[in-house]
Design a protein around this ligand. Sequence first.
Ligand code: PRP
Ligand code: URA
Length: 209
Amino acid sequence: MAQRLIVVDHPVLADRLAVLRSADTPHGQFRQALFEASAILAVEAARELPVTQVEVTTPLEATTGSRLPQEIAVVPVLRAGLGMVEGFLRLLPDARVGHLGMQRDEEELTPRDYYERLPAQLADAYVYLLDPMLATGGSAVHALDRLREAGAVRLALICLVAAPEGLKAVEEAHPDVTVWTAAVDRQLDERGYIRPGLGDAGDRVFGTL
Ligand code: PRP
Ligand code: URA
């Protein structure tokens, strides 16, 4: 099965991505731009949610409408994924929120778990894994492994900037997972940073540079 990769083409998203890439953007503006970019990614990714037809009575007459699935979950990879949660919850306020804490070892470039708290209903849910950066793909593959072990079946990975290396790693390990991103960048550098990228997303979201 070949990976489904959707590079979201939207002028407002492109504008926010330029703000996020700029080294001159301070953390407050970075957080705001990540929130807005995530809201656009949420609108795009939510297009694929199935709806149920329901009867609705307007003040004037009965008609039909569409409702979203009951179980939707967003799962940010800490820390940087936290910056994407609010954008999704504005659109999907009833979504459950799981957390996966992992930190990439900067020598080995492999993820180390430090926290996990996931909703019990994942098997029934449409699950959005949130992480702005898909670099080697180690963190995303590990997070998707954990979500599958916890019962998740319907999974999508939402990122902002993806490296070809990370996309390949996710495709090999989880070919059925659709990947949504604002951009596919050129390459990883020797330190595992995405080029041109936007630097260390977690540090930029939280002002810990
Ligand atoms: C960053 C980023 C991803 C990971 C991507 O997190 O948010 O989770 O690196 O790299 P990979 O694809 O090579 O695994 P980091 O581990 O730096 O943690 P932080 O968000 O707490 O800074
Ligand atoms: N993690 C980041 O935050 N940025 C990168 O470029 C690579 C991994």
